[in-house]
Every structure is written in C-alpha cells, then in structure tokens.
Write a protein that binds this ligand. Structure first.
Ligand SMILES: Cc1cc2nc3c(=O)[nH]c(=O)nc-3n(C[C@H](O)[C@H](O)[C@H](O)COP(=O)(O)O)c2cc1C
Length: 328
C-alpha cells in the first residue's frame, strides 16, 4: 500500500503528464515509433516518440500515425544535436504536441523558449544538482534524473545517488526518475522517496508492440545485467558521452572509430565537433542495424542493466500492469 506522500507525488506526476499512470515510456531511437508509443499511452502510461535523426516531415508523419492509434496524451523526444532541431521544434508546436523531452546535451534557451511560447511543456534531463536548479530557472516544466544503469547514452552517476542529490532539492517542478527501473516495487519505492513518476526504456523493448527485430528481443531475453556495459572515453581531446549496450563486435567497432577520431582531432584533420558528430552518427546507424535489421553481432544492442530482469516478450499492457501494481 503506498503512503499518502507517495500517492501525492504520483498524482502530481500523472497530473502533469495528463495520463492515468506517472510512467513515461523512455524514448528509444528507431523503437519508440507510433506502435509502441500508442500502446504505452493506451495502457495508461505516457508514450514518447523518439525523433532520433528523423527529418521534420518524418516526425510530423509519426505524430499523425500515433494519433490514429490513440487519443491518449503522448510526447516527443528531440535530440539537441540534430542539425534540424529548430525545424523539429516547429513541427512539435504546429502539431500541438503537449510535451517535449529534450535530450542529448544542454538545450539552448532559444529552443526552450520556442517550445514554451508554442504552448509545449518542456521536460529536461538534469545530470547534477546545480544543473537541475539552472534548468528550472531556464524554464523546465519537469525534470528527469537518469542514472548510470540506464540503456543508451548515460551520465556518470547512479540512480540511487541522483535521487538523494537532486530529488529532494527540487520542489518547483515534478521530477521523474529513470535508470534501472523494472518492477512495481521499485516504482512504488521511488514514489515513496518523492519521485513524481518513473521513466522506463529497456523493459518496453521486449513487448509485442515494439518493432524491434526478433534477434534484438532475443538478445535482451538472454542477457544478464552485467552484459550491458558502458563505453569509455579514450582521450580528453575528444569528449564523448558514454553509451550502455550489450558488449559485441559493434562495441569493438565503436572503440576503433573513437581511437581513429582521437588521432584525427589531435592532428587537426577534423574538429572536435565533427568527430563527435561522426561518433553520434555511428550510434544511430549501429542501433538501426541491430534493432531493426537484426544484426546483433555488429550492430549496437543498447540496453540498460535492467535487461537482466527481462525474461520474456509480453504485451505493453502486461508490462505496465507490473509497473503500477503497487501504486493503484
Ligand atoms: C535502445 C535504446 C535507445 C534509446 N534512445 C534514446 C533516445 O533516442 N533519446 C533519449 O532521450 N533516450 C534514449 N534512451 C534512453 C531511454 O529513453 C530511457 O531514459 C532509459 O532507457 C531508461 O533507463 P532503463 O533503460 O534502465 O529503463 C534509449 C534507451 C535504449 C535502451
């Protein structure tokens, strides 16, 4: 039975999202398209379309397709590194999407302002206590704190530490917790600690509604928690955001590319920004290769440590019911 305080936080989160449950389906590039997003929203959660490297008109189409499948609220995730970011922001505003999650680095003020002026609620990732406060001052309507356990691009600090560092310091806006959350007892514990809700990615990959290739889902089902490892940065001349994925030949290819790009940056063949963009493009392609084409040996099988808790493919509704069982 949740405490009164937990119930209050949970209701604040659900009220902010406009959904029955305060569970965001973490946007996953290539996978969080209309089928998965609509299924999460239909199950009472809050689905989020991953725009990844989509051009603006593709995003507009995804929004329309999602609306054909659900009348429940859902959001859009934009990557700030996308060279077409402002055009994507315009699509989000024109299509009257209610919430936008900005990921992939600190968004500039113009991006936040354009969304807010368009009536869109802005959700931002807060990697540290100081930045959390700054993001609230800059207009964040809600924050996500995402621990090192998560899949995909990750920060350096564990969920349990971020909860203590940030959750209790930010009262102004709802704070959602992500990274390693994979069952209802964990969700209830987070609400008890004051989280307004949770964001979950890895757990939604092995669902019937997710378009991931069967090989990708099988790799998740077979993996242990310890198999989802983080890449390292080889040299300070080329700062990179670590990525958590199942270790395979794709990870080795990334390491080789990073080493080569470090050399090119040092020899001034490429600028740091060009090299960083090339590495991000590598991930976009490698994830597609594994998640959509099924090449789980050479592609990137991005997964959080909670992959060890994924044991079968189920419906989104079954996964959602497990997550919310102690909160309803
Ligand atoms: C395959 C995969 C792709 C992801 N792609 C994105 C993305 O495009 N944008 C983003 O903000 N987060 C992305 N994430 C992170 C998720 O949105 C979510 O925050 C994370 O999965 C939560 O932690 P968990 O994996 O422990 O559940 C991705 C995660 C995975 C596993």
């Amino acid at each position: 039975m949740p405490t009164a305080a937990a119930r209050k936080s949970w209701q604040r989160g659900a009220g902010f999202l406009g959904s029955r449950h305060a569970i965001l389906g973490g946007a996953m590039s290539w996978l969080s398209e209309h089928n998965l997003v609509a299924a999460i929203s239909e199950a009472g959660g809050f689905g989020v379309v991953a725009s990844g490297s989509m051009p603006p008109e593709a995003l507009r189409r995804e929004i329309a397709l999602t609306r054909e499948m659900t009348r429940q609220p859902f959001g859009v995730n934009l990557i700030t590194l996308n060279p077409e970011l402002m055009a994507l922001v315009r699509v989000v505003v024109e299509e009257k999407v209610s919430h936008c999650v900005l990921a992939g680095g600190l968004p500039d003020q113009a991006t936040i302002d354009a969304l807010k002026e368009g009536g869109v609620k802005v959700i931002l990732f807060a990697p540290s206590p100081a930045l959390a406060k700054r993001l609230v001052r800059r207009g964040a309507d809600a924050l996500v704190i995402e621990g090192h356990e998560a899949g995909g691009h990750v920060g350096p600090v564990a969920t349990a530490v971020l909860v203590q560092e940030i959750l209790h310091q930010v009262e102004e806006v709802p704070v959602f917790v992500a990274g390693g959350i994979a069952n209802g007892r964990m969700v209830a514990a987070m609400a008890d600690l004051g989280a307004c809700g949770c964001q979950v990615g890895t757990l939604f990959v092995c669902t019937h509604e997710c378009v991931a290739h069967a090989n990708f889902k099988q790799a998740f089902i077979r993996a242990q928690s310890r198999d989802a490892v983080v890449t390292v940065q080889f040299d300070p001349s080329l700062p990179v955001i670590p990525v958590r994925a199942l270790a395979n030949k794709g990870t080795e290819a990334y390491n080789r590319l990073q080493l080569e790009l470090v050399r090119q940056v040092k020899e001034k063949v490429k600028s740091r920004e060009e090299a960083q963009l090339e590495l991000e493009r590598f991930w976009v392609g490698a994830l597609r290769r594994a998640a959509i084409e099924g090449d789980v040996e050479f592609g990137s099988v991005m997964a959080g440590q909670s992959v060890g808790l994924v044991r079968s493919e189920r419906s989104v509704m079954a996964v959602m019911n497990d997550l919310v069982r102690d909160m309803i």
